[in-house]
Design a protein around this ligand. Structure first.
Ligand SMILES: *Cc1c(COP(=O)(O)O)cnc(C)c1O
Length: 484
């Protein structure tokens, strides 16, 4: 496919404006006016429309096909949420509009949304307070770790270590380290696939600032011992951080706050309906139990006695600003609409379907691929292509083969404790027909591993670019365009 500049034809134009009848540079001092023509491509409107439509058709998204990227929750999001976010009363708000000063009522609706969303998230998770400020899951983790550090500082605790299971999402140790902590991995029990409790007990001591836990884990297994873990932590005045990025696995069924969790984040863009990918947009609200409330970042939305809303910046123990303005407002708004749209029963159904879909796929695929932790899974499960790798076909080859079958590949080589990992998350929004097509494709690929391994080494062959050298692309990036 050629670049739009290569399609340029001298003299062709996409607009027809009347001849200008005033001097075009009358108000621009000569030293600032352009002396040469702009180097733009010259195309008709149709050329431009076809170019960008063709490009968009090369893109893969949830709107075009099944996207089982484990842990990322690439699910379909109702389009009505985009309409809600585009309502002019919200979309045209300026962050500097007065709240109630000067009699301004323009922001009251937006503040109500933020206030009520915080209350709804408290109800869903069992936490006492939420901040909507963090702009992504990892940002929520960092905020949470800063809250934990503020808590310990305030109490005069000298603590330096955060314990994190060895299968954790990579952002967990990096957030703890960014907040100034040393991180120590806790091993996973090879039988059960959950954190090794004996190891954890022996590791927690007075230097432990927090235990950081993803539940269900990245293996898709729910850790029913979370209450016990909180008890062990609290014995040493360590706090429990709960990574709730994948809350769609437990919505309406389990509330981290009830299990003694002190801090958690949720990914609105995974669980509560915002399409995401390639860095955004997202929001990673952080929930806390009441003893951490004083440290929450500014500003806080407060409801006055007369039922109007305002923002409170006057909080002496706050960790301060972690984001400009009030978080990623449109993402929060979509989450608010998503929650109201579903209601309590609907949210419970979301987790039911997410778990049912994942188990359906897992049971069908474990007959053809190795399933290292063979237990009822939650929202996702992890296969291993270790046997296939012995025959020369690695996880990456299977993933590339799936592209030729019309599917987005699953998450690969993660968690690190599973060799040749393929982490699959179907999400709650896929139909049985789609899941069956995926199962059939995975079985065809398994057959190719035996009969035609080279076809997988050469996959994908249906895309404009097959296999870029990923290391070279990252280390030796060259984005300059050189005309042929
Ligand atoms: C996606 C995810 C994160 C990070 O969230 P981002 O919004 O991508 O920063 C953290 N933990 C888990 C378990 C996740 O799945």
């Amino acid at each position: 496919m050629s670049l739009i500049f290569e399609k340029s034809v001298p003299g062709r134009t996409g607009v027809s404006l009347p001849e200008c009848d005033v001097p075009s540079d009358a108000y621009i001092p000569t030293e600032f006016s352009r002396q040469s023509d702009l180097d733009l491509c010259e195309l008709s409107e149709l050329d431009v429309v076809r170019h960008f439509t063709a490009l968009s058709e090369k893109n893969f998204g949830v709107d075009t096909g099944f996207y089982p990227l484990g842990s990322c929750t690439m699910k379909y999001n109702p389009k009505i949420l985009e309409e809600v976010a585009a309502l002019p009363g919200f979309a045209e708000l300026h962050p500097f509009l007065p709240q109630l000063r000067h009699g301004g009522m323009l922001t009251q609706g937006a503040l109500l949304v933020l206030y009520e969303l915080e209350r709804l998230l408290c109800e869903i998770t069992g936490m006492d307070a939420f901040t909507l400020q963090p702009l992504a899951g990892a940002h929520g983790e960092l905020t949470g770790m800063m809250l934990i550090a503020a808590y310990h500082r305030d109490k005069g605790n000298t603590k330096s270590v955060v314990l994190i299971p060895d299968e954790a999402h990579g952002t967990n140790p990096s957030s703890a380290a960014t907040a100034g902590y040393t991180t120590t991995p806790v091993p996973t029990d090879q039988e059960t696939g959950v954190l090794d409790m004996a190891a954890l007990e022996s590791m927690v001591d007075d230097r432990t600032a927090a235990i950081m836990l993803t539940n269900p884990s990245t293996l898709g297994i729910f850790n029913g011992q979370i209450g016990k873990i909180a008890e062990i932590a609290h014995r040493h005045d360590a706090l429990v951080y709960y990574d709730g990025a994948n809350l769609n696995a437990v919505l309406g069924r389990f509330r981290p706050g009830d299990a003694g969790v002190d801090v958690m984040h949720v990914n609105l863009h995974k669980t509560f309906g915002t399409p995401h990918g390639s860095g955004g947009p997202g929001a990673g609200p952080v929930g806390v139990s009441s003893h951490l409330d004083p440290y929450l970042p500014v500003s806080r939305v407060v409801k006055r006695k007369d039922s109007t809303y305002t923002l409170d910046y006057d909080r002496s123990k706050s960790i301060g600003y972690i984001a400009p303005f009030y978080g990623n407002f449109a993402v929060c708004l979509k989450a608010y609409a998503y929650i109201l749209l579903h209601g309590a029963d609907g949210l419970r159904e979301v987790s039911g379907n997410a778990v049912l879909n994942a188990n359906y796929l897992m049971h069908a695929l474990k007959t053809v691929y190795e399933l290292p932790f063979d237990r009822t899974c939650m929202h996702e499960f992890v296969l291993s292509a270790r046997e296939e790798a012995k025959a020369g076909v690695r996880a990456v080859d299977i993933a590339k083969g799936l592209i030729d079958e019309g599917f987005h590949p699953p998450t690969m080589y993660f968690p690190l404790i599973v060799k040749e990992a393929l982490m699959i998350e179907p999400t709650e929004t896929e139909s049985k027909e789609t899941l069956d097509c995926f199962i059939a494709a995975m079985k065809r690929i398994a057959a190719k591993v035996k009969d035609a391994p080279d076809s997988l080494h050469n996959a994908p062959c249906t895309t404009p670019v097959g296999r870029p050298d990923e290391v070279k692309a990252a280390k030796d990036m060259d984005l300059a365009y050189l005309a042929k």
